[in-house]
Design a binder for this molecule. Structure first.
Ligand SMILES: NC(=O)c1ccc[n+]([C@@H]2O[C@H](COP(=O)([O-])OP(=O)(O)OC[C@H]3O[C@@H](n4cnc5c(N)ncnc54)[C@H](O)[C@@H]3O)[C@@H](O)[C@H]2O)c1
Length: 295
């Protein structure tokens, strides 16, 4: 059976690690040829060796407009065009809050997380038009939906990615280019260590620790893995989502459903706890009300 991306060409930024790497692997297995754009040259070289003729690596700092233009040009030169752009490269960036924010810290986060996807689209656009359309997928985050999942600038930039995707979808729909965002929850990758400034090798090892924590802190009791996001990206990249644009897909094991007490029967409800009612008393009251209704 033909793969779902047979004949398609994709650019995946941040393609050498975590979500980007998982997506490169899945896209290739579905028949796509992929340019993996990243800063990690050794990993990029290994990817090219793993997938000869299927993956090309582009050394690309996505905050550098000329690098982005050269990356799109490589897709054309190596594989003849471009159908799919996954704007995914990212980093936690400045950890500062309002009180100690710096202009430089704020600007660098926005350059990486919000400006780069826009400039990536700008450079991808002519190539997608040559193909009669395309699909753009932007990695946002649940941090862009709720407070408490990331630093201030990161969260604001990711909220921007969600809305920018809507606006770009509106602008580009006449040209048959769809634009959507994905909001990952806690995914076991190197980003946590990398954002703490740890060397990449140490950050890579930390991904396993994240995988252990995940099942304990979200309704779906399994670790969020890069392939969970890659499968959402595959849906948005393929014709399966031909009628989907300007939206965001939350892939988070349910962590944004509600507070812990909404899905963990052993967790005290904050409201009842504040009223001094224990979970046992609450259960007795609930059972009494159910019994009264059926009496
Ligand atoms: N892991 C999570 O829990 C999670 C949750 C929500 C959103 N995200 C988002 O997912 C995306 C991918 O992150 P990940 O978790 O796979 O992390 P990761 O650290 O494993 O991968 C990120 C990749 O981006 C690359 N990168 C960073 N800055 C770059 C730049 N300026 N130019 C080019 N490449 C650059 C890194 O080298 C790395 O290979 C990011 O946008 C991140 O914000 C991750």
């Amino acid at each position: 059976m033909a793969g779902r991306l047979e004949g398609k060409v994709a650019v995946v930024t941040g393609g050498c690690s975590g979500i980007g790497l998982g997506t490169v692997e899945l896209f290739v297995s579905e028949g796509a040829r992929v340019v993996a754009a990243d800063l990690q040259d050794a990993k990029g070289a290994m990817l090219e060796q793993r997938f000869p003729g299927k993956v090309r690596y582009a050394h690309c700092d996505v905050t550098n407009d000329a690098h982005l233009a050269a990356t799109m040009a490589l897709a054309k030169e190596a594989f003849g065009g471009l159908d799919i752009l996954f704007n995914n490269a990212g980093h936690g960036g400045a950890p500062n809050g309002v009180v100690d924010m710096t202009a430089e810290g704020w600007d660098s986060v926005f350059a990486l997380l919000l400006r780069a996807p826009v400039m990536g689209m700008k450079h991808a656009l002519p190539l997608m038009l040559e193909r009669g359309g395309g699909s753009v997928i932007n990695t946002a985050s649940i941090a862009g939906l709720q407070a408490g999942f990331g630093p201030l600038a990161y969260s604001a930039a990711k909220a921007g990615v969600i809305h920018m995707s809507r606006c770009a979808a509106a602008e580009l729909s006449p040209q048959k280019i769809r634009v959507n965002a994905i909001c990952p929850g806690l995914i076991a990758t190197s980003i946590f260590g990398a954002s703490m400034g740890l060397p990449r090798e140490v950050a890579d090892q930390m991904a396993a620790q994240i995988a252990e924590v995940g099942p304990r802190i979200q309704p779906v009791p399994k670790a969020g893995l890069p392939e969970d996001i890659a499968r959402a990206a595959l849906y948005l990249a393929s014709d399966d989502s031909a009628f989907v644009t300007g939206t965001h897909i939350v892939v988070d094991g349910g962590i944004t459903i509600g507070g812990r007490s909404s899905w963990d029967k052993d967790a005290p409800s904050p409201l009842l706890a504040a009223m001094g009612i224990t979970p046992e008393q609450a259960e007795q009251m609930r059972a009494a009300m159910v019994a009264a209704q059926s009496a």
